[in-house]
Design a protein around this ligand. Structure first.
Ligand SMILES: Nc1nc2c(ncn2[C@@H]2O[C@H](COP(=O)(O)OP(=O)(O)O)[C@@H](O)[C@H]2O)c(=O)[nH]1
Ligand SMILES: [Mg+2]
Length: 360
């Protein structure tokens, strides 16, 4: 078959990567294109994969390691989408705390797999609130080594895509673009909102036809990078719930507000907490990408006797403490009203990144 266009959408936890690839996949499929998606995480049981599959999108998952440390797994995922879907376009979302993608992903793909994929410019998505803080000397509400990763991601990007512009006035957007461009001279800075649709066509037009990128090789301190990842506790859990004609949106809301309150009480910095509730036909998603003001609930999981809950939490604390915190909130929210069965439950601290290839 022909080569497949591969568009990698990087950027920190909560930047809007999954929302963007969901949106773009829908648009492309409406035009008759065959689209595949690749999600990625340090552990299995991904909200993102579940979410994308709800929309009947074809998703391959690289779980248990980031793309760069499991390059062969990433290539396998690409191959499976090429053979099963005959994908014209693949949109891939690396783990949000991952950096150095040009050297470890883009260049090796170009060197070893150019007959299979044409790699588009590396896009790094950036949430305006975190970006502002980072640009003006802050740490984006993150540990300084996690903020180091954030800066390195921006530094190596071919395109910086500032997301969520619906949350800004046009003057604020303009200033943010100008200030970002001033910091990152050699990078194209663009903006979009998946809520309003503004900017998505322009961004896609920019990356869908360009190639020959992969020139910005980072000077990156792997000790600092590893520590920036290790300060985040990681928890992925899946729980089956039963209750008589239960209203799952209310439970999801209780869980999300419970978690938001607990992290605030304990002054913990949030990378991203994402929970999906689904009853087999409908689903609702809760997101927390910073303090309690960032809490978003979308969709509806309706009422039914059974539902499944998937929880992905990345918070600056030990994985053991994150486990305790999430369990406590969950038990509290479930109370005596539902029965629950834990189908999968893992908490961990990401290991030191050890890329399969690094081509400089
Ligand atoms: N207001 C607004 N929120 C957005 C937009 N794009 C994504 N989000 C929200 O940002 C949060 C994180 O999005 P997600 O796509 O999961 O981020 P990821 O971790 O980078 O994949 C979710 O609550 C999304 O609903 C946008 O354009 N506008
Ligand atoms: Mg995501």
């Amino acid at each position: 078959m022909n080569t497949t266009r591969l568009i990698i959408c990087g950027g920190f936890l909560g930047a809007g990567k999954t929302t963007l690839i969901w949106d773009v996949a829908q648009r492309l499929m409406a035009q008759g294109k065959r689209v595949g998606l690749v999600t990625n995480d340090q552990a299995p049981e991904l909200v993102d994969s579940q979410l994308l599959r709800q929309a009947n999108l074809k998703v391959a998952e690289v779980a248990g390691s980031c793309f760069c440390c499991n390059f062969n797994g990433f290539v396998e995922a690409i191959r499976s989408l090429r053979s099963n879907v005959e994908a014209d376009v693949i949109l891939a979302e690396p783990v949000g705390s991952c950096a150095d993608l040009t050297a470890t992903i883009v260049r090796p793909l170009k060197k070893f797999h150019s007959t299979e994929v044409i790699v588009s410019p590396l896009t790094v998505l950036s949430d305006p609130a975190r970006l502002r803080s980072i640009l003006y000397g802050g740490n984006g509400g993150l540990h300084e080594d996690a903020a180091y990763i954030y800066r390195k991601q921006l530094e190596e990007s071919d395109v910086i895509l500032i997301t969520k512009t619906d949350l800004l006035s046009s003057e604020e957007t303009e200033k943010l673009v100008k200030d970002t461009q001033a910091c990152f001279h050699h990078t194209k800075v663009m903006t979009c909102s998946t809520l309003t649709g503004v900017g998505i066509r322009e961004w896609f037009g920019e990356v869908a036809n360009r190639q020959g990128e992969g020139t910005k090789i980072l000077d990156i301190n792997y000790d600092k990078y590893a520590h920036g990842e290790a300060v985040l506790g990681w928890l992925n859990g899946t729980v089956a719930l039963s209750g008589h004609n239960a209203y799952w949106d209310a439970l999801l809301k209780d869980i999300m507000t419970g978690i938001a309150q607990a992290v605030r009480r304990e002054k913990l910095r949030v990378g991203h907490i994402k929970v999906i509730a689904e009853n087999g036909r409908q689903y609702a998603v809760g997101n927390l990408t910073g303090d309690a003001n960032t809490l978003q609930l979308r969709g509806t999981a309706g009422s039914s006797d059974n539902a499944k809950l998937i929880i992905n939490a990345r918070v600056e604390t030990s994985p053991e403490h994150l486990d305790e915190l999430v369990r406590e909130v969950l038990l509290d929210a479930i109370g005596g009203q539902y029965t629950d069965e834990i189908l999968a439950w893992r908490y961990l601290q990401p290991g030191r990144p050890n890329p399969t290839h690094r081509i400089v």
